[in-house]
Ligand binder design. Structure first.
Ligand SMILES: [Zn+2]
Ligand SMILES: [Zn+2]
Length: 293
């Protein structure tokens, strides 16, 4: 049994492929697979069911699920139907960043100084931890630490340096690489499957979630080693620099801009696409967060 469960989430199929079969579902129905959709919406911050609830038996399209889908559609500036229409299904199946769009129902650091010190997290592995979500210093160090092999063709060190430069140019930050055996503020690596930051953050193989990063001052940034990464992406490859620039935004404290598909901080990304330039919106985000203007 355990091996079967393992192959389900790390196989070559799209981990979000199950959503395809749910197209057309609406409130009042009871359809096998809806529990997986609930897990999806919970992971990305749209549902806050009791974490003890047994999803395996919960295939009911109830009021809570409908309002979660509405919240998802609203946040992505889509038609708010509350049902799984084809636009919503297509959107949900795209590859995306593993960072949640909402934490406990609210956006974090969304262009505002928003750090509630009494912030309550349910699990040990929420992306956003209680306390400050900004760096109190401007000189940050980073190092590499991967548990999976990184192809030399990715020029990882130079791509990451270039990605940091893009943020350095529009903020007060400087970023310096240090040796792998030294302490650093930020640790960047390639990992696969479960890799030490909790089951909720385990990577899901090709497609699905491709990377995630933690808000200040955790400093961890992980890429799913099972994706096809490239520095010159073909149709079925992901551009490493585009994703790195996005994840660094999280490392600095920015959250997703789910209503702005052109921005670097948009939550979904596509194979074959290159999107490396910070937009005015991303720049405003970092400047407002750190009071730079
Ligand atoms: Zn993200
Ligand atoms: Zn991770």
């Amino acid at each position: 049994m355990p091996t079967i469960i393992q192959s389900k989430s790390t196989g070559s199929g799209n981990p979000f492929g199950f959503i395809q079969h749910l197209e057309g579902c609406h409130k009042g129905q009871n359809i096998s697979g809806l529990h997986d959709l609930k897990r999806y919406l919970q992971k990305f911050g749209y549902l806050n069911y009791d974490r003890l609830k047994n999803y395996e038996k919960d295939d009911e399209f109830d009021d809570t699920l409908e309002s979660a889908i509405k919240k998802y559609q609203q946040n992505h500036h889509m038609n708010v139907t509350g049902s799984l229409d084809s636009n919503t299904v297509n959107q949900m199946m795209k590859p995306r960043c593993g960072v949640a769009d909402f934490v406990n129902g609210t956006k974090q650091n969304h262009h505002k100084h928003n750090h509630k010190s009494g912030f309550h997290t349910v699990g040990h592995y929420q992306f956003y931890f209680p306390g400050p979500r900004r760096w109190s210093k401007s000189r940050l160090t980073y190092r590499f630490d991967s548990s999976a092999p990184v192809p030399a063709s990715l020029n990882l060190r130079s791509v990451i340096q270039q990605s940091f430069n893009r943020w350095a140019q529009v903020s007060h930050f400087t970023f310096q690489e240090v040796a792998e055996n030294l302490d650093a503020d930020i640790v960047i690596g390639f990992h696969r499957g479960s890799h030490g930051d909790g089951e909720n953050n385990r990577f899901d193989g090709p497609q699905g979630v491709f990377a995630h990063a933690f808000a200040p001052t955790v400093g961890d940034c992980h890429f799913d080693a099972e994706e096809r990464w490239s520095i010159n992406p073909g149709q079925y490859e992901l551009d490493l620099e585009s994703v790195a620039v996005h994840e660094i935004g999280h490392l600095l404290g920015l959250s997703h801009e789910s209503g702005k598909p052109d921005s670097i901080m948009y939550d979904y990304f596509e194979y074959g696409k290159i999107k490396r330039e910070l937009t005015a919106d991303d720049i405003q985000g970092i400047r407002v967060l750190y009071g730079l203007q």
